[in-house]
Design a protein around this ligand. Structure first.
Ligand SMILES: [Zn+2]
Length: 322
């Protein structure tokens, strides 16, 4: 699943090609890739995250997206945790819902498990699993395609409203309003994170996966940071010292920074950058995906145990349960 480094690599890769570009056409090939898109007409009964949609309602949702996204001018892509969005100008989007409202909008993308945003020449062949295609025209680069491909359909594009955050007033899409800052964000509040963890009895892995406490962390980087900080994934938050939590934040920052430099982690070939290329960080993993292999620190085999429908990977010797 794309986590902070992967989403950030995609965001940075899109920026030069899409910033200032106009959407000249849109084609929704599979409305299931719009599960986070809510039509302007209001509740269409499908819910915000429905995967199964009655055909007529799905077609209407697709038509709503195509109509409203066409003609928009895209701003510089931004990110909060695993959410990415492009503020849009030229919106015909607002008028019919609440005329006079000064709402600002964004084209929001969540990559889910296997979502990809690919930049392609207009004549390029189709990639696999393309669900939504945008044709854009950039004042300097001419025409390009932005293809949203998603094998497993947990991802989505959407038009979403922007609202000011409570801390510094910067604009966030409504769907990302409750997402905390990530540890690489200069405004991340270390003390609030430490206090939040120490007020809870849940296991530390569960806590760092909680996007309202710290964002951008998924299964891969949780296992990697806990390995680096020598913390057992089930250690209760309220049993961890302030010093150890500072160490964990440092480990998260280190692993994110290294993964960014190496282009992200491509596991099962589901993550690629905007040019369709894999990242290299999978070669630098110490815990995730290494069940049964020797710990790079002590040589004991890495354990793999079930965790919330997925797995946790850790070294039982380096990461003692307390
Ligand atoms: Zn070890």
């Amino acid at each position: 699943m794309p986590e902070l480094p992967e989403v950030e690599v995609v965001r940075a890769g899109l920026a030069p090609a899409v910033t200032g570009a106009r959407v000249i056409a849109a084609e929704v090939r599979d409305p299931r890739a719009l599960k986070r898109h809510l039509p302007l007409s209001g509740d269409d009964g499908l819910g915000g995250h429905g995967v199964t949609m009655p055909a007529a309602a799905a077609a209407e949702r697709a038509a709503d997206f195509e109509r409203r996204v066409t003609g928009l001018v895209l701003g510089a892509p931004a990110r909060r945790g695993k959410f990415m969005w492009l503020p849009v100008a030229g919106a015909r989007t607002v008028a019919t819902l609440d005329p006079g409202a000064s709402a600002e909008w964004a084209l929001l993308a969540h990559l889910g498990m296997s979502g990809q945003l690919l930049l392609r020449d207009t004549a390029a062949e189709d990639d696999r699993h393309v669900r939504i295609r945008l044709w854009i025209e950039h004042p300097a680069h001419g025409e390009l395609r932005v293809d949203f491909a998603d094998q497993r359909l947990f991802g989505s594009l959407a038009l979403d409203r922007l609202a000011p955050t409570t801390d510094d007033g910067s604009l966030l899409p409504m769907q990302a309003a409750r997402i905390a800052r990530d540890p690489l964000d200069p405004r991340f509040d270390d003390a609030a994170f430490v206090a939040g963890v120490r007020s809870r009895a849940s296991g530390i892995k569960k806590l760092i996966l909680d996007q309202s406490l710290v964002s951008g962390v998924g299964n891969i980087y949780a296992d990697e940071a806990l390995w680096r900080a020598r913390l057992h994934p089930d250690t209760a938050g309220n049993a961890i010292s302030v010093r150890k939590l500072s160490e964990l934040l440092g480990a998260l920052r280190d692993v994110f920074t290294q993964a960014l430099a190496e282009g992200g982690t491509s596991f099962d070939e589901q993550y690629v950058n905007v040019n369709g290329q894999a990242g290299y960080f999978a070669h630098s993993l110490n815990a995730y995906g290494r069940g049964g292999e020797a710990c790079n620190r002590c040589g004991d085999p890495i354990k793999r145990v079930p965790f919330g429908g997925r797995s946790s990977h850790f070294c039982a010797r380096c990461q003692r349960r307390r």
